[in-house]
Write a protein that binds this ligand. Structure first.
Ligand SMILES: Nc1ncnc2c1ncn2[C@@H]1O[C@H](COP(=O)(O)OP(=O)(O)OP(=O)(O)O)[C@@H](O)[C@H]1O
Length: 123
């Protein structure tokens, strides 16, 4: 195998290790995992179309990316400056806000995708 390919595979392995660390250590990531599984099952049950899957994939990816960056910032801040500092507190709050915004957007997307299916089921 070429050195290029080996390096790429190694960096994917590092990213997967990061994902594993997120799920093992972050309560929020476990909530995202449960929501991801629930949304995928609901998508299959309701037989949502291609466009609806696209929106769900965007929403899920956005939330996981925000959570990963938030955790990276927290770990980095605690590693380089273990003593509490108001600036680090504000940085962590801003990073947490990114997760909140992504999760709120994902919730709205979820409602827009699933509400019509739920309403159609009740009619
Ligand atoms: N080193 C610090 N200096 C100042 N304030 C801090 C520091 N660490 C945390 N804080 C404050 O406490 C809040 C919670 O920080 P913590 O690291 O416990 O995150 P968390 O609640 O576990 O967030 P998440 O659920 O995203 O992991 C921060 O958003 C910040 O306001």
């Amino acid at each position: 195998m070429s050195t290029f390919l080996v390096r790429r595979l190694r960096s994917i392995a590092h990213a997967l290790r990061g994902l594993g660390h997120l799920v093992r250590t972050q309560g929020n990531a476990r909530v995202h995992l449960a929501a991801t599984v629930a949304v995928c099952i609901a998508g299959l049950v309701f037989g949502i179309d291609r466009n609806e899957w696209l929106w769900l994939v965007v929403a899920i990816s956005l939330v996981w990316s925000a959570e990963a960056f938030n955790t990276a910032l927290e770990l980095l801040a605690d590693a380089v400056h273990p003593v509490r500092h108001p600036g680090i507190g504000r940085a962590k709050d801003a990073a947490a806000a990114a997760v909140l915004v992504a999760a709120a957007g994902a919730a709205v997307i979820g409602l827009l995708v699933f509400l019509p299916h739920l309403l159609a089921g009740w009619r």
